[in-house]
Design a protein around this ligand. Sequence first.
Ligand code: HEC
Length: 144
Amino acid sequence: MPQPSPKPRSAIALGFAAAMLAAVPAMAEDDDDNDDTGRLEYMYSCSACHGESARGDGPVARYLNVDTPGLTTLTRENDGEFPLYKVVQIIDGRSGVGAHGTIMPVWGARFMPQALAEGGHFRAEVIVRGRILSIAHYLESVQD
Ligand code: HEC
């Protein structure tokens, strides 16, 4: 299998990659705590852009040419009810019109290879949705 080229095309790409890597060790500490799954998933997959406090101020955000939204006002913006289904759809990104815009990674697809390795063909989708749901529940718990 060909290795992905390690050569970034620009300084922006280099800065982006460096910031993504820098964000990883922060959450690697206690990942044996099962009750903490959603928070750890968030710190690992989302905080680089959306920030550890989910206020849109992650280290990668400054390299993006769009605003990275904060995620602690989703309930307030939805008349006091956390929009769980919508958030799940946005994170998954595999369906829905413009669900993930231009920047948001398609997590439903990203989580799939590991899920296939862990659970095989029949359980993979359940594993992927479980990971996404745990992140959504974590976000629900940090609403303003
Ligand atoms: C590479 C940076 C990046 C990463 C990593 C990222 N996001 Fe995003 N996210 C964005 C940007 C930028 C937007 C604004 C829409 C767009 O341009 O894609 C967004 C939009 C969203 C929205 C919609 C917010 C709203 O107000 O409508 C949600 C929810 C969201 N992201 C959740 C997540 C979660 C959960 C993760 C981790 C699983 C994640 N994002 C990872 C950059 C990122």
